[in-house]
Ligand binder design. Structure first.
Ligand SMILES: O=C(O)CCC(=O)C(=O)O
Ligand SMILES: [Fe+2]
Length: 346
């Protein structure tokens, strides 16, 4: 395996305390972070450590169920449900070694919850957590709207989770523990490098369960283009790591950066984390019928559903190109892109 080059930078920590009275200062900080690395950590955001840990406990309860039970709520084209080792990233051409379960607000969850008998309290817990993540997201949306010269409620209205056209996703993730005494096989990836294609992602991590790395330096949202210099983002108790997704990069005419990131595959017992990793991502997705165009009109107007389709196609095409490069011409039935699993035309 090739070794990794690291840079010593760190991402900004931004406090949301006294949000209403400090909104101008917070907006300045958020915009600066969005324009540079596209990643920042939120503190004093209003979600307590206990609330975050309660959702991690729910995730652990879900993932510890037998696979045949989880397989009764399988991942589908509606972008909800459970998958295991099924997300192939265009950057690697190999499936991430993890399992994940995605939830949404609307009809895409019909039939996708496990029963109360199988998992008591899980649905209520997860729905309540989604609301908490939504309220933090909406604060970011107001600031980004101000930063781009839109009305305050412009992005909030385009991500209205009370409407049936909502596509926002809460994703629970579980990366499997590896044995440090056994060399990690070539082609083993926890989460291959990718950019998310949502508006902004909120990522919750558990202290000690390291692995997230970012690679700033992307110029236009329509291109991939991986660098090779990585920055570690260590989990800290109570912090929410946020990253700009391709949607906001496009909506800001490429001013705000959607940055590549990955979960490092442990290969060095002296420095890497081999234990299980649980993480929780909240992907702010646009309503299918909203209209997307930046203030400078760099890109043509598209709807929320057109944007998603185009993102899927870009990832699908990149995956096919990667497979060709790897000499594996067969196409997979599930391919994925950005932060979200999506089913691609196969
Ligand atoms: O598990 C993580 O920390 C990263 C997950 C991620 O980047 C994604 O699902 O898009
Ligand atoms: Fe991601």
């Amino acid at each position: 395996m090739t070794s990794t080059t690291y840079s010593n930078r760190s991402i900004p920590r931004i406090s949301l305390h006294d949000f209403e009275s400090r909104i101008d200062a917070i907006t300045t900080e958020l915009v600066a972070a969005a324009e540079s690395d596209g990643f920042f950590a939120l503190v004093n955001h209003g979600i307590s450590e206990a609330e975050i840990e309660a959702q991690f406990s729910a995730a652990e309860r879900f993932f510890s169920l037998p696979d045949d039970v989880k397989a009764t709520v399988p991942f589908s084209h509606r972008n909800t449900g459970w998958e295991k080792q099924a997300q192939i990233r265009p950057s690697t051409g190999a499936a991430d070694q993890k399992e994940s379960y995605q939830m949404q607000y609307g009809a895409a969850m019909d039939g996708m919850w496990l029963s109360e008998t199988a998992l008591p309290g899980f649905r209520d817990q997860s729905r309540a957590f989604m609301r908490r993540a939504q309220s933090v997201s909406e604060k970011l949306m107001v600031c980004f709207a101000r930063g781009l010269g839109f009305p305050d409620d412009y992005f909030v209205k385009a991500h209205d989770v009370s409407r049936p056209s909502a596509q926002t996703v809460l994703r629970l993730l579980h990366y499997f523990a590896l044995d440090p005494a056994v060399p990690t096989p070539d082609g083993y990836y926890r989460a291959g490098a990718h950019a998310d294609w949502d508006f902004v992602t909120l990522l919750f991590q558990r202290p000690g369960q390291s692995g997230l790395e970012i690679c700033p330096g992307r110029e236009v949202f329509t291109e991939f283009g991986l660098g090779d210099k990585w920055t570690k983002v260590e989990p800290a108790a109570g912090e929410i790591v946020c990253n700009i997704g391709d949607l906001l990069m496009s909506w800001s005419d490429d001013r705000f950066k959607s940055t590549f990131h990955r979960v490092k595959t442990p290969t060095d017992p002296a420095s890497d984390y081999y234990g299980p990793r649980y993480s929780i991502a909240y992907f702010n997705q646009p309503n299918t019928d909203c209209e997307i165009q930046g203030p400078l009109k760099k890109y043509p107007v598209v709807t929320g559903s057109e944007f998603t389709q185009a993102a899927m196609k870009r990832n699908y095409d990149a995956l096919q190109a990667k497979k060709k490069e790897l000499g594996n011409g067969s196409s997979s039935t599930i391919t994925t892109g950005g932060g979200n699993l999506v089913a691609a035309a196969s």
